[in-house]
Design a protein around this ligand. Structure first.
Ligand SMILES: [Zn+2]
Ligand SMILES: [Zn+2]
Length: 183
């Protein structure tokens, strides 16, 4: 079972809930973003503010966390590589069990379960997953970004009329000459 780092930015102390089912607490956190919060080409810059509103509710077998997360994203358009910015707002819900159930056989399933560790819960995985789900798989500066010229890499957005004279094979050139003669 994974241990959690109690100093992590998204760790909450669940002791106040006292394991009394039905008890609720609400939290508003503003914390610096950990590294790689997002996807390779579009992520919350490390150290930028991440706002989290979360309600913890003690249930019979654990703590249910329901919340939303809000942050700014920076990255680059996958077509033209221009810098892009956006905001991301994502919601999450995760149950943290007091006791991980005994699972027989391989423990793949156990690793996916979230647990209360030393009366603390770590929202980080739930928040990461929620943010990634909201980020477009292929972020673009605009839906119709023309991207880069395949020949020379110039930005077609800045130079939409950009073309290259098609290099004509000399043998075809002579054929073309014949065709012109026939006309
Ligand atoms: Zn673009
Ligand atoms: Zn070009």
């Amino acid at each position: 079972m994974s241990k959690i780092d109690l100093r992590g930015p998204f760790v909450l102390d669940a002791r106040e809930l006292g394991r009394r089912a039905g008890t609720q607490r609400e939290y508003e956190l503003t914390v610096p973003a950990p590294p790689e919060l997002g996807i390779d080409v579009f992520a919350v810059p490390e150290g930028d503010e991440v706002d989290v509103d979360v309600r913890l509710e003690a249930v019979v077998d654990g703590v249910l966390a329901t919340g939303s997360v809000f942050a700014d994203l920076k990255g680059e358009c996958v077509r033209c590589l221009d810098p892009i910015e956006d905001e991301v707002e994502a919601t999450f819900q995760e149950l943290y069990l007091y006791e991980a159930p005994e699972l027989s056989g391989d423990d793949d399933e156990a690793e996916d379960l979230s647990v209360v560790v030393e009366e603390h819960i770590d929202l980080e995985t739930a928040i990461r997953n929620a943010i990634v789900l909201e980020i477009p798989f292929q972020p673009l500066c605009s839906d119709d970004c023309p991207g880069l010229c395949q020949e020379c890499g110039a930005s077609l957005k800045e130079d939409p009329a950009h073309t290259h004279e098609a290099a004509i094979d000399p043998r075809w050139a002579s054929l073309q000459g014949l065709q012109d003669d026939e006309k």
